[in-house]
Design a protein around this ligand. Structure first.
Ligand SMILES: Cc1cc2nc3c(=O)[nH]c(=O)nc-3n(C[C@H](O)[C@H](O)[C@H](O)COP(=O)(O)OP(=O)(O)OC[C@H]3O[C@@H](n4cnc5c(N)ncnc54)[C@H](O)[C@@H]3O)c2cc1C
Length: 460
């Protein structure tokens, strides 16, 4: 690979998992890499907060150990099994009146009271099908033409299984209560769920990005935070070739540029330079708001998630916002994350409460906090929520994920753009997950390496 000289520097815009995955693979291949990140911290959507010296994720998320590209990256940056804590298998669901516990092993599903006749056998059949299929075959299979809800109904799952298990769980995993994501993506997620464990790094998800950035720097690259790229600068007479990027009014030269930002920022950067790719990034957002609490006394025990299985109002869908038939003020998932990250914290705890609001605007934080207090009373009567819970932060992710109804993944841009030396990474080029981000970085790095190898070396 020819990567010598400042003109052959690769600038990666964005230090989320996609940008860092790109930078890691390019640095390993000997390229000269500069990563520019607008925020003060690396990690993008998978950043971690510091609450009184303890790590707390900015939103509940879990990493599946079966994610293939992610497992490769974790290995290569030096994170090992001991650096992760696994959730208990399955989940606890509360439907407003009663608790149910769901396991994901065939035995664990047997006692789940939401399941009707035949659901355990259907789940076993689905599990066997996805276990035997390669990841790419699942993602590109014909099932992607169906919505998840259509696919589950087509398989014959009972209303109880859909409302008591699939909707509460996958409504949060895909940030879409309507289960409108394509069923190819759902089958991929099912494989990840069944084949490995759902885990969190011991210092929160931000640990992955911090370790990846450190590894890039060990390999000779640079990761610069607080550097927002304002525009991609092209040659005056050749709008198809980038010569650098502008940060704080100054042009930083680049032999090529990889845009690894979330969709709206990538659209803004590509804007007039490549309208076709910018248009392809015009996707529907799936928003999530997280309430971050400190508790002086523990709300729930165990390394589990608590799902809100209360029925949705008729007509409530993905957005579930104004006009969708239901107030967006709903807490969909609660996770006392400190049970995993700081099990020795004693009575004190940190808790994340998640509201999925699709493409509706974020609900008011005060209204969500009031709803959390109401739920706490319903779920755990007698628990003195108002006295023990302190709301530390309300984190709004307008772009937690993008919607992947049938057809959308087929039309996503890949690593190439209309400019010869500008490339794309990001979950938005694959699918809206940690794995989508990391795999997109691997793919972009390969395409960039091919481009660099075709360039004349700095010496002529
Ligand atoms: C609350 C929440 C829960 C989630 N749960 C899960 C889960 O359980 N499992 C799962 O697999 N996935 C989950 N996801 C999705 C997953 O986190 C994302 O798909 C993934 O992190 C996206 O990574 P990325 O690098 O593509 O984008 P991002 O993380 O968005 O990174 C883009 C980076 O670009 C930077 N940037 C933007 N514009 C500029 C600019 N002009 N100049 C410089 N830098 C710029 C941004 O600051 C950001 O750091 C969740 C996401 C959220 C928000």
């Amino acid at each position: 690979m020819s990567a010598s000289g400042p003109d052959m520097q690769v600038i990666v815009v964005g230090a989320g998992l996609a940008g860092l995955s790109t930078a890691l693979r390019l640095s390993e291949a000997g390229a000269s890499v500069l990563v520019l990140e607008a925020e003060a911290q690396v990690g993008g959507r998978a950043r971690t907060l510091d609450v009184a010296g303890e790590p707390v994720d900015r939103g509940f998320q879990s990493l599946f150990t079966a994610y293939p590209a992610t497992a490769r990256m974790l290995d290569d940056i030096g994170l090992r099994k001991r650096d992760f804590v696994a959730f208990d298998r399955g989940a606890v669901v509360h439907d407003g009146t009663r608790w149910s516990r769901m396991g994901t092993s065939p035995r664990g599903t047997l006692g789940f009271e939401w399941f009707g006749a035949g659901d355990v056998a259907r789940l076993a059949r689905l599990g066997a099908e996805v276990a035997g299929a390669p990841v790419n075959a699942l993602l590109s299979g014909d099932e992607r033409q169906l919505q998840t809800i259509e696919y589950l109904m087509g398989m014959g799952f009972s209303d109880g299984a859909i409302e008591g298990f699939f909707r509460p769980l996958f409504g949060v995993v895909t940030a879409d209560r309507a289960l409108g994501s394509d069923a190819g993506y759902f089958r991929f997620l099912m494989k990840m769920l069944l084949r490995g464990r759902a885990v969190i790094p011991v210092e929160g998800h931000g640990m992955i990005a911090s370790w990846a950035a450190a590894r890039v720097e060990q390999l000779g690259g640079e990761v610069r935070c607080g550097a927002r790229v304002q525009e991609i600068v092209t040659e005056a007479d050749d709008r198809g070739t980038a010569v650098g990027v502008r940060v704080d009014g100054e042009v930083l030269p680049a032999g090529c540029v990889v845009v690894a930002t979330e969709a709206p920022a990538a659209r803004a950067l590509l804007g007039d330079l490549d309208r076709q790719t910018a248009r392809a990034l015009d996707l529907e957002r799936r928003g999530v708001t997280t309430l971050v609490y400190s508790l002086s006394s523990s709300f729930h025990s165990g390394r589990t998630i608590v799902l809100n299985g209360a029925p949705l109002a008729p007509g409530a869908g993905a957005g579930a916002g104004a006009g969708a038939g239901e107030s967006a003020v709903r807490i969909d998932l609660v996770c006392q994350e400190s049970n995993l990250l700081r099990p020795g914290m004693g009575e004190g705890a940190r808790l994340l409460a998640t509201c999925v609001h699709g493409d509706a605007g974020s609900p008011d934080g005060g209204a969500l906090a009031a709803e959390m207090e109401r739920l706490a009373g319903a779920w755990n009567p007698g628990f003195p929520w108002a006295r023990v819970a302190t709301l530390e932060d309300v984190v709004v992710h307008p772009w937690a994920q993008f919607a992947v109804p049938p057809g959308v993944r087929d039309d996503l841009p890949d690593a190439a753009t209309g400019l010869e030396n500008v490339f794309l990474a990001g979950d938005v080029t694959m699918h809206p997950s940690i794995e989508g981000a990391v795999a997109s970085g691997e793919r972009a790095a390969k395409v960039v390496a091919g481009y660099l190898a075709r360039q004349p070396s700095a010496g002529g």
